[in-house]
Design a binder for this molecule. Structure first.
Ligand SMILES: C[S@@+](CC[C@H](N)C(=O)[O-])C[C@H]1O[C@@H](n2cnc3c(N)ncnc32)[C@H](O)[C@@H]1O
Length: 428
């Protein structure tokens, strides 16, 4: 059914779900459970979907595999009323939102991470062709001017563009932090691009927001940070002008993806920077057509740390996110017992919020994973079962075994496999 809207592959990149097939298990309603198996295996067998639309635009730790999201959108939206919306309250970089948007559905996303919101909005930006062209032209003009300014400054041996001093940030502390990660000429070029985007913001905040997403997408590639999830320093020799050229490539990649997405008519997804604990403020209780989401895996990631360099460079406020991020690795390292208890409480809380948001009879699909936190195995399906409230029925689930990463995981799990699960809950 997707054949008509799948454009040719554009760019390859890695995703969170492993390519290796693992042993599968399923239970519950057999029709749904079989679809969940398809959703899990699509992450290994479907080579196309991840290259479609705006999926390849920006890295994000533990992104849902787009092929998995595609199967789940079909399943969960089935039979939904036109005015009802799908919801992803841990939307991250917006994989579910892109797939729901591509299916012509109304969709609402939220995430407490300010960077996630910028990326998800850019990936689902819904605007007429004239505006999309304007995005592309503005991006090209910004990069062209930044390149020219750099060349002119070198010819005249004059000072390059000044470093920005974002309001509310201590400029010296910010400079110290950034100096470690960018070669001086790269930093100047990036600051110039950012200044020009800020200039666009005066007249056109919408396009400036999308361009900021483009700038964010290149930051780690021109820095000395190894990757989003690996903060070790690595040597990268980045030539003058490279950042601007990469920026233009990203603008073009996004532009092409947005054009593909716009072939299907649908409203622009609503995306909020918000804690899941406030879900009812954006989606009234009892109204959602369905929920598709992938919550954090206990003790596995520190999204705030993964984005620290972006927060610093783009001057994004992140205090609320640092304080409110759920299930962080740092909390398990600090005090495993307290972190375990607060994770269980968080799980009860967000499962309750998801139940409350669903219209009666509608479903939620949750992608969850076993993990190791503070050297103890955490079995996500068991934890989820404990959190299921009386207004929810656990209708079906499928699980796939995943390889252990390192001796710690092997030791923590012992003879029990580590698995990733998709669970479908129905509101009574
Ligand atoms: C597994 S990721 C979601 C990835 C997403 N499905 C994608 O494809 O990009 C989990 C997300 O939960 C978010 N998160 C953590 N604590 C949160 C909270 N209290 N409220 C809302 N979002 C939160 C993180 O910022 C992260 O984006």
């Amino acid at each position: 059914m997707y054949g008509a809207r799948v454009p040719p592959p554009r760019q390859r990149r890695s995703l969170s779900m492993p390519k290796m097939p693992g042993k599968l298990h399923r239970d519950g309603d057999s029709h749904i459970a079989r679809i969940l198996v398809d959703a899990l295996t699509a992450a290994q067998t479907d080579k196309e979907t991840a290259e479609t639309f705006t999926h390849p635009f920006h890295t994000y730790p533990a992104r849902l595999h787009p092929a998995t999201a595609r199967v789940l959108v079909d399943l969960i939206s089935d039979g939904a009323a036109r005015e009802q919306c799908l919801v992803d309250p841990f939307c991250g970089s917006g994989t579910t939102l892109v797939e729901a948007r591509a299916n012509g559905l109304r969709v609402v996303g939220s995430d407490l991470n300010p960077l996630a919101v910028i990326v998800a909005r850019a990936k689902t930006w819904t605007a007429p062709p004239r505006r999309r062209s304007q995005l592309r032209e503005t991006g090209h003009s910004i990069a062209g001017n930044a390149l020219q300014a750099g060349k002119a400054a070198r010819r005249a041996s004059s000072d390059p563009a000044p470093l920005r001093k974002p309001k509310g940030f201590d400029p010296n502390a910010r400079d110290r932090r950034l100096a470690a990660w960018f070669a001086p000429h790269v930093r100047r070029e990036l600051e110039d691009l950012a200044t020009r985007i800020e200039d666009v913001r005066q007249d056109d905040p919408e396009i400036a927001g999308v361009l900021l997403g483009c700038l964010s997408s290149i930051l780690y590639k021109v820095s000395s940070r190894t990757s989003d999830t690996d903060a070790t320093w690595t040597q990268r020799n980045i030539g003058r002008g490279f950042a601007s050229r990469l920026f233009v490539q990203r603008v073009d990649l996004l532009y092409a993806g947005l054009n593909d997405l716009s072939k299907v008519h649908a409203p622009m997804p609503e995306i909020h920077e918000m804690d899941i604990r406030r879900l009812e403020t954006i989606v009234p209780n009892g109204t959602a057509a369905g929920v598709i989401t992938s919550p954090p895996y206990a003790g596995t990631y520190d999204y705030a740390e993964h984005q620290r360099l972006r927060f610093d460079f783009l001057a994004l406020r992140h205090r609320e996110f640092e304080d409110g991020e759920l299930g962080t690795r740092r909390s398990f390292e600090k005090d495993p017992t307290a972190a375990r208890a607060s994770w269980k409480a968080a799980l009860d809380g967000f499962v309750g919020k998801i139940a409350a948001t669903l219209a009666p009879g509608r479903r939620a699909a949750l992608v969850i994973g076993d993990s190791v936190a503070a050297e103890r195995a955490i079995f996500a399906l068991d934890d989820l079962r404990d959190a299921v409230t009386s207004d929810l029925v656990l209708e079906a689930w499928a699980s796939q075994e995943r390889p252990f990463f390192g001796i710690h995981e092997r030791r923590a799990f012992g003879d029990t496999p580590k698995r990733e699960h998709i669970v479908v809950l129905r509101r009574t």
